[in-house]
Design a protein around this ligand. Structure first.
Ligand SMILES: [Zn+2]
Length: 367
């Protein structure tokens, strides 16, 4: 079995769900604290005075979230490592080759898990600060709307809350300056680390079993970053750039086989190969025996995978809207949209055979 970063995707969704649930809780808190007396005079003053309640609720929320998220992250990284190792073992077994030593070191896994939980620190900081800003902003915008005489306070407050629901908790910036919301930031962090753990474990197992080469899959409709590497042979550890290696024939060690190598796995990955979400996999390449893949091994096109992600984002977006709805009309409208996008997802997954990932759509409201 080959291994690709996409194999770790469901692990990322589980961790991101912890944060998604917390985000939902925060939105519910903001809504619940804004609702009392919405149609009565003195609302803005009373609600401003109540902002301390929100602050205290947020402070109570974070320690539990941190604990659950840390546990989920450690579990995800360990599971990704296990997946990668198991994939390599199955490949070796398939060719009736010995798996190498039993106990490969898992120290890199612990280091990766720690790096991941460090990535979560800015999230806790934002959760403690941002909802209060939003809360004040909703009060300010609702009061302005009423002064203008254009719209009712309820509608103005709903609009401001809708904006919050759409954005989610924001303000995360990656190393390239891209802006993320909470869910995408966490998911990307986990996916990156878990993908790395799976691939590393796979490569470590093959190396420990005495192998040097892997080949890159050639899925149909691929991601542009990886196209140059499709069907190529890479060295697990070796010099960069195209070169030849001479190795004993896998089943007839007396013979020597010359293999054209496109570079090293590390070099390819540094150039963007096997980015987070990538469907490209690498598998053991046996000199003289393996044939590099050329035919599409995977029919799911890049576009239809992107379309699934888009629909999942919409489901999550309207679930947040449901959470910030101030009345039944807004809630019903949000639910209708959720069902619509879920129907689209059913159709897409039926047509393409892609696996539906309910955890990517399910953000539970944990009060
Ligand atoms: Zn790719």
């Amino acid at each position: 079995m080959a291994v690709s970063p996409g194999d770790a995707e469901h692990l990322a969704a589980q961790v991101a769900d912890e944060f998604g649930a917390a985000e939902q809780t925060v939105m519910g808190l903001v809504r619940d604290l804004l609702t009392p007396g919405l149609s009565r005079p003195g609302w803005a003053r009373a609600r401003t005075a109540a902002s301390g309640l929100l602050r205290r609720a947020l402070r109570r929320l974070v320690p539990g979230l941190r604990q659950r998220a840390t546990a989920a992250a450690e579990q995800a990284v360990a599971e990704a490592h296990r997946l990668g190792d198991a994939a390599a073992r199955r490949e070796l077994e398939l060719h009736q080759l010995p798996p190498g030593p039993d106990d490969l070191t898992i120290t890199p896994t612990q280091r990766l898990a720690r790096a991941l939980t460090d990535d979560f620190e800015p999230v806790y900081a934002r959760i403690l600060r941002q909802p209060e800003d939003v809360y004040r902003e909703v009060i300010a915008r609702a009061s302005e709307g009423v002064l203008d005489g254009q719209i009712t306070r309820r509608r103005a407050a709903q609009r401001a809350l809708d904006d919050f629901a759409d954005r989610g908790i924001t303000g995360f910036v990656d190393s390239r300056g891209g802006a993320w919301n909470l869910h995408t930031y966490v998911e990307m962090a986990v996916r990156t680390v878990c993908g790395r753990a799976a691939i590393q474990a796979h490569a470590d197992r093959l190396t420990a079993a005495g192998h040097r080469l892997v080949s890159v899959s050639a899925p149909g409709g691929s991601c542009p970053l990886c196209t140059p590497w499709e069907g190529k042979i890479l060295e697990l550890a070796g010099p960069a750039g195209k070169h030849e290696v001479q190795l004993p024939h896998a089943t007839d060690p007396g013979r020597t086989v010359t293999v054209q190598v496109a570079g090293s796995l590390m070099e390819a990955r540094a150039a963007g190969f096997q980015h987070p979400n990538c469907r490209h996999s690498v598998s053991l390449y046996l000199p003289g025996v393996s044939v590099p893949p050329t035919a599409p091994a995977n029919a799911h096109s890049y576009d239809s995978v992107q379309e699934q992600r888009r629909l999942e984002r919409q489901v999550r977006r309207w679930k947040r809207r449901e959470q910030t709805a101030l009345d039944d009309d807004a809630r019903t409208a949000a639910r209708r949209r959720i069902r619509g996008y879920q129907a689209d997802l059913r159709q897409l997954t039926r047509e393409t055979g892609q696996r539906r990932l309910p955890e990517r759509e399910q953000i539970t409201y944990a009060h």
